[in-house]
Design a protein around this ligand. Structure first.
Ligand code: NOJ
Length: 757
């Protein structure tokens, strides 16, 4: 008896990939009634024609497949009417009436669009970020959906990669906090509620480390680098209870993520305890063939066995598993395992209680693009903006005098939303010109001029950037004529506000750039404006860190506004006129030049470190560039001034699991009320492996009135000292640690502590 019990226990432990949750029994009971074809059908996710297509394949014969039980979920369609029609086909038209799930790329809002994720992350405000996901969930569910392909938590250290715009930048700690906030926002506390969505964490994993920043490129990285820097945000999202995960396009250790057993089973399920389901990215299963892993049948069997549960668009699982089963290349247990996970997700979403619970034709009018949602988007956008420069306290602008508002993105609604806005409508967005009129009213005189095209490079624009629809056109006027008009406007004004940057899809998927400066047409405009001698405010609308050396030297003030979303113009104006004092901090380093990439604050020391004083022979530096970035991680100014006292430590010697409190007194010594993100970094100068120069371990956003001071404290435990050693064990080692508190990764106050075991 005892022996039997032990064998049973062993079996249970040996099959941890079979999750046990309240829905398992129900799903298994349903599976007992399903044919093999119906089980395989649940693993199939398709996109009907006409939806947002991100590859060369589109699903065909959709209706028939649904009726035959060959579809587990649909994505790319919105509106309760359309979703109802499709759900009817499954519920009323298929043998067992199993409901489908409905997904979409709800990335930074659904129809009320929030700033691009890189912008959201620059707010360092977890409450607002969570709220943005809650609102997105409310709007998307009102449109019949129950599954969001978000959050995207890929760490990126390379601004050439267009999808840096879709993530939270370069830091694993900040990225992890945001991943959790997003999952909480989408899923709430009850996934079966009709205003919450299942999150899909993507792209698992390491997609942001594509070599040379080129889209879909190879990734090759040590396990230590993965565990310490790239994996934590995915893990944080899993710990927060994300219901699903999307595999990435890239290889990991030479094996595509979609068919990587170490990744999808050993790490994700066995080590992290993930119990949801894994969906491939768009045809990433089929693309394993191009990666050199074999034909469709081979890669489909490989992916299923590796831990993939659902196949997006490619239909490799649908078309080959039957054959593979007969040939012994997969087992029924492999298919059952994946099917069970999909069904469990549907139970969690409450779809078996009511397949129509997310479908209510009355909801869009009540829940989408409401004044309340727009006002949250406006607040979020203002909080995401980063003040990069503000000479002579030019900002905030006075609500008087004459402003020359110029630049190709000034009187432009089309490019305010940024990349990945499947359901968003740019016509609903507020341009900067409209925002300035709304906020400053008639008290300022505004003269406008376009000044330049976003780019004059017709090859880039017409053929590439406009691939998803016309974002920018080449003006009928000549470049010189446009510049002359802008200069004439500037000459009549007290201050020039130039709104420049990228069109929405100059960043995002398949938008890698080898040159990340402003396009030449806009540089020429800024140079001409600078020559007028008028104070020049540069407002940047863009989706990635740019190289802005000339702009930083010559503009009087610069505001990084990202792609701010539906309420773009209102939020830009709120910040320009001081209705909101900017508090954003960069979540990704801005390089001085492309040659410095990858550039990130938490790098390791070399054996011959650069000492910051200029070129030195036989040191780690460049002949033709400094090592320093233009703007470091964590950087961002305010209209007011924050002073940091020296760091006070509760103790300078600690033992074992004692706790340390590090405190700084923060004083607002300027004229404006404002918020500051106080950042905690820790350095471990001597360890058994080479550690990075510092790592972010905490932050607090603090609001202070002019003249006000506050003590800001962080409690540090041995958890913050831990790192992954060469055996991939998360340990801490006794010795000296340097505790830094400051306003950016490059501007901190520091104190040392000895921590013994
Ligand atoms: C491809 C993208 O990589 C992914 O992020 C997206 O969710 C899918 N397409 C579906 O649109």
């Amino acid at each position: 008896m005892k022996k039997l019990f032990r064998i049973g226990l062993l079996l249970l432990l040996a099959t941890p990939t079979f999750s046990q949750n309240p829905y398992t029994a129900k799903a298994k009971a349903l599976m007992a009634k399903m044919t093999l074809e119906e089980k395989i059908g649940q693993l199939n996710l398709i996109i009907p024609g006409g939806a947002a297509v991100t590859g060369s394949v589109v699903s065909s014969d959709v209706e028939n497949k649904i009726k035959k039980g060959q579809v587990g979920g649909l994505f790319g369609i919105t509106s309760p009417e359309k979703v109802r029609k499709a759900q009817d086909l499954a519920v009323k038209g298929s043998r067992l009436g199993i409901p489908m799930i409905f997904g979409l790329d709800v990335i930074h809002g659904h129809k009320t669009i929030f700033p691009i994720p890189l912008g959201l992350s620059a707010s360092w405000d977890m409450g607002l970020i969570e709220q943005s996901a809650t609102i997105a969930a409310k709007e998307a569910t009102a449109d019949g959906l129950n599954w969001a392909f978000s959050p995207m938590v890929d760490i990126a250290r390379d601004a050439r990669w267009g999808r840096i715009s879709e993530g939270s930048g370069e830091d694993p700690y900040l990225g992890g906090q945001i991943a959790k906030a997003m999952v909480r926002g989408y899923q709430g506390t009850d996934l079966s509620k009709n205003n919450t969505l299942m999150a899909c964490v993507k792209h698992f994993a390491l997609y942001g480390a594509a070599e040379a920043g080129r889209e879909y490129n190879t990734v090759d990285m040590s396990r230590m680098q993965m565990y310490e820097y790239y994996l934590p945000p995915y893990k944080a999202a899993v710990d927060a209870g994300a219901g699903s995960i999307m595999s990435s396009f890239n290889v990991i250790d030479g094996i595509p993520a979609t068919g990587n057993k170490w990744l999808l089973t050993d790490l994700l399920r066995k080590e992290w305890g993930f119990t949801g389901f894994v969906v491939s990215d768009y045809t990433s299963l089929n693309e394993m063939t191009n990666h050199g892993l074999g034909d469709l049948q081979t890669v489909s069997a490989l992916a299923l066995k590796a831990g993939l549960d659902m196949d997006m668009v490619g239909e490799g699982l649908l078309t080959t598993l039957n054959k593979s089963l007969k040939e012994g290349k997969v087992t029924l247990a492999d298919i059952d395992k994946a099917c069970l996970r999909i069904l469990e997700a549907k139970y969690k979403l409450g779809l078996f209680d009511d397949p129509y619970r997310y479908i209510d034709e009355a909801r869009p009018a009540k829940d989408i693009l409401t004044a309340e949602n727009r006002s949250a988007a406006r607040k979020m956008a203002a909080h995401s903006m980063v003040l990069l420069k503000n000479d002579n306290q030019l900002l905030p602008l006075k609500k008087s005098g004459t402003i020359a508002l110029v630049g190709p993105l000034a009187d432009n609604r089309r490019n305010m939303l940024g990349t990945w806005v499947v359901a968003g409508d740019w016509k609903q967005s507020v341009s900067v010109l409209e925002g300035i009129k709304n906020v400053a009213g008639n008290s300022v005189n505004i003269i406008t001029a376009k000044g330049s095209n976003i780019t004059d490079d017709t090859a880039l624009f017409l053929k590439r950037v406009n691939a998803l629809g016309v974002e920018a056109e080449i003006d009928a006027r000549s470049p010189q004529q446009m510049i002359d008009e802008a200069v004439a406007a500037a000459n009549k004004a007290d201050v020039v506000v130039a709104v420049v940057g990228e069109s929405s899809n100059m960043s995002g998927e398949s938008s890698s750039r080898a040159d990340i400066s402003l396009p030449a047409s806009q540089q020429a405009l800024l140079k001409a404006l600078h020559k007028t001698g008028k104070p020049l405010v540069v407002v940047l609308i863009n989706g990635r860190p740019l190289t802005l050396v000339w702009e930083n030297e010559h503009a009087t003030a610069m505001l990084e506004a990202w792609a701010p979303g539906t309420e773009a113009g209102n939020a830009v104006a709120d910040v320009l006129f001081g209705n909101y004092n900017p508090s954003g901090k960069l979540s990704a380093t801005f390089p001085r030049s492309v040659g410095q990439i990858p550039i990130y604050y938490n790098h390791k020391n070399t054996g011959r470190p650069f000492d910051g004083t200029g070129f030195a022979k036989f040191k780690s530096n460049y002949l033709d560039e400094s090592n320093d970035p233009l703007y470091p991680f964590g950087y961002g100014l305010s209209y007011t001034k924050f002073d940091y006292s020296p760091v006070k430590l509760s103790k300078t010697t600690l033992q074992g699991e004692e706790k340390l409190t590090a405190t700084v007194t923060l004083t607002n010594s300027g004229k404006y009320a404002g918020e500051e993100v106080v950042q905690l970094y820790i350095t471990d100068p001597v360890a058994s492996i080479s550690r990075s120069v510092k790592d972010l371990k905490g932050f607090q956003k603090v609001a202070l009135q002019p003249g006000e001071s506050k003590e800001v404290s962080f409690v540090i435990t041995t958890e913050e000292l831990r790192f992954f050693n060469s055996e991939l064990k998360k340990i801490w080692e006794p010795g000296t640690f340097i505790i830094h508190l400051g306003t950016s990764s490059a501007n901190v106050k520091s104190a040392e502590v000895i921590w013994n075991k």
